[in-house]
Design a protein around this ligand. Sequence first.
Ligand code: SF4
Length: 454
Amino acid sequence: MSATRIRGACPTLAVPMATGDGLLARLHAPTNGLAPTALAGLAEAVQAHGNGIVEVTARGSLQIRGLSDESASRLAKAVDGLNIEVRTGVPVDAPPLAGLDPHEIADPHPLARTIRQGIVKIGLEGRLAPKVTVIVDGGGALHLADVAADLRLMAENRDSRIVWNLALAGSAADAAGIAALADNDTPTAVLRLLEAIAARGRTARARDLDGPATEAALRGLPVAPFRRSQANRAPRPVGLHPLANGGAALGVGLAYGQAAATDLRALAQTASALGIESVRSAPGRAMLFLCPRADIAKYLKDASKDIGFIVDSNDRRLSITACAGAPACRSAHLATKPLAARLLADAPQLFDGSMRLHLSGCSKRCAAPQNADVTLIGGEDAPVIETQDGERRELTGKVAEDAILAVFRRAATDYTDQRNPRQSAVAALKRAALGNASDDDERPIGPYVHQEGK
Ligand code: SF4
């Protein structure tokens, strides 16, 4: 493939990115989703030209690894033949059920569309850093509060009219709040801010904007005070979701963020046979099948489970994200997926949903989930365990896997010891691996408790 690879650019099908296990190509599916037949075709192409594995990223893009220049070129050609309208340009993202979610405050699609059109009209494409992202979030069950963005807009019903709370650089919890704007004025403010970022150069991001730049962006527009929305329940895409149009969406999870292309093809073919017209990928490494009726969604749920997909949001596998690992990746020092299965079998108590574990075959951390509580990294000499606050320790032993399993088993026993009822899974693991944990690590033991707004 002769296309130029730009450092720091997001990989695409046409311009994949070099990683530890060959080239990586990413596909941003169209906003209204893929037809199941197109998904089946894509899975076939990955089976024929890639490493046979499809990943869903933390942001809901589809990703294929292990490509060479030649196979990447063949894959791109095969996908071209499927007539998939791949999204390109500056990402302006909305929640995966936007427009269909009965709990959303406002449908973000019209605003997102106007912003996209504005970006093209004023020639911003190609002038912004490749990773600059806008999120337009109408709220709802599968909101994007945890996904970081340069510019984020959150809908609010204020005095019986919709306003958009505009914030810069971060997630809903930590982005810098700027102002609340009416629907009609919001695109102007957003495009001015994007212009200001572009004016600072090809590597600038929203975090580089200063006070005068944001004031200039709002000049002449009627604005109201910014209000940060309350932390909603963390989105749980896996499972059944009623839709505003009377249908239902089935969220299907991929164990450790990956699926065999053959399994994905089987699922897509089943969905197509059931008359399902659209599949959307979702942040949280899931896929949403939009079903015309609830009974169809239930049927697909059983079929998905039989194939091996996750259909229960309490499934312990959702607590672990793993990279390709050995033997799929030449750079790996850990067989991440077999290790994940061993950890779940040997220390299931730790994976009750209160701790997020990232297994990385080497220090490149390709899977890089947001907010992993604990990361286990394969190393040449020994695996390293690392906590979110940066504490690290090598787990030494004759056999790396034995050293890891010993620590996790010890932590599981400690976690279920009722003498410390406030102990969290993270604290138990920190004690077992590092010999210490702080009060901040303690949380009540309880049933499945996904942490909110973290
Ligand atoms: S992080 Fe995993 S997939 Fe990435 S290069 Fe290392 S071993 Fe390979």
